[in-house]
Design a binder for this molecule. Structure first.
Ligand code: COI
Length: 369
């Protein structure tokens, strides 16, 4: 469904951007997703015109008809990626091409139009250039970019919409789990499932996240920070943690195992980055299967020393304890393990430009002139 288009984005800068002092106050403690920057990018798609009317404008509310199809049938997809302040004061975005590709796979799964890669990248470049000063310099902070697409056609007949809106907004953020790297406790849900083969599990669509909230609430009621999803058929194979991918550290810290992409897991960009980076740290990597019983047994006999989750928002979050309807266990001594912390440091060093980038993962963006 990709249509020919121009990647020219009309720049209409805000007439009332926040002052430097206002920005500094907001960025002192931005949290996650609360503080938006001054601008956004909007691009329209219609069945007749394809992608058109691409513009950078002041951040502003949307006007949406109550019959807009996204409000009824949930055609909504999104991405998450980050821009990092570099040691020379510049800014670089981490692997936006991967997000552009996944965005289109999600679009395809939800019968939505694909956005040409160059237009996705132009939107990222344009917003980061305009809001360059919003990329934090404080340790551990970054600018979180949230591209998304919704069905805007106003009619409630049930079919793929004929009109869509792509939007890109940005938030300076502290990591999803702020503070020192504190291990999380997880609840293995055998009541609810996230995805089944043939469903939308590998798409980054809003509905997957809506469907996870009740299980997440149940996890909280069990005293846990996050829910762990098991496969939909046997309720046995470990898939993901909340909106993040999981890794297991085996063989005395020499081997990494992550659940294979079976069609029900989100193919995480951080997941892929760690699989690529880990061999340079002397680790072997494997994509395979691990059952909830193997997880528990491995922790009890010491063959699993560490477990962690990863994602753009969270970076890397160690898992310290697991709870389930059939029993509870700890991972190692429940603290963040050395392999987890080494991988985390290696990834962050690359993202913040403190280490070389042999993979060409950083896309530098200059401020708007
Ligand atoms: C991300 O890690 O960027 C995500 O999209 C997960 C979301 C729940 C914040």
């Amino acid at each position: 469904m990709t249509t020919a288009s121009t990647s020219r984005i009309d720049r209409q800068l805000s007439s009332s951007p926040r002052s430097q002092a206002e920005r500094a106050a907001l960025m002192a403690d931005p949290g996650f997703g609360r503080v938006h920057t001054d601008h956004m990018v909007a691009i329209r798609w219609t069945v007749d015109q394809g992608w058109h009317d691409a513009r950078l404008t002041a951040y502003q509310p949307l006007q949406l008809d109550p019959a807009a199809m996204v409000l009824h049938y949930g055609q909504a997809i999104f991405e998450g990626l980050k821009a990092y302040r570099q040691p020379d004061g510049g800014v670089a975005v981490f692997r936006p091409e991967e997000n552009a590709a996944r965005f289109n796979r999600s679009a395809h799964r939800l019968a939505m139009p694909e956005l040409p890669h160059e237009l996705f990248l132009a939107a990222v470049d344009e917003l980061v250039a305009a809001d360059h000063a919003w990329v934090p310099t404080a340790e551990g902070q970054s600018l979180y970019l949230r591209p998304f697409m919704i069905a805007t056609e106003a009619q409630v007949g049930m079919r793929p919409a004929f009109e869509y809106l792509f939007l890109l907004i940005a938030f300076p953020v502290t990591p999803f789990f702020p503070g020192e790297v504190k291990p999380v406790t997880v609840w293995l849900s055998d009541e609810y499932v996230r995805a089944a083969v043939g469903g939308t599990g590998e798409a980054k669509c809003a509905g997957n996240y809506a469907g996870s909230l009740l299980a997440q609430r149940q996890a909280a009621e069990q005293g846990c920070d996050q829910v762990v999803w098991l496969d939909a058929v046997e309720r046995r194979w470990v898939e993901e943690m909340g909106g993040m991918n999981l890794f297991f550290v085996l063989d005395g810290g020499k081997r990494l195992l992550t659940p294979a992409l079976t069609g029900t897991l989100l193919p995480g960009v951080v997941r892929d980055s760690l699989l690529t980076l880990a061999p340079s740290l002397g680790l072997t990597v494997e994509q395979g299967r691990i059952s909830k019983d193997d997880w528990r047994k491995g922790c009890e006999d010491g063959s699993i020393g560490e477990v962690f989750a990863c994602g753009t928002a969270a970076v890397i979050a160690p898992v310290g304890h697991a709870k389930s309807a059939t029993g509870n266990w700890s991972v190692g001594d429940g603290s963040a393990g050395p392999v987890t912390m080494r991988l985390r440091a290696a990834l962050l060093d690359l993202q913040y430009g403190r280490a070389a980038d042999p993979y060409g993962w950083l896309r530098p963006v200059q401020p708007a002139s």
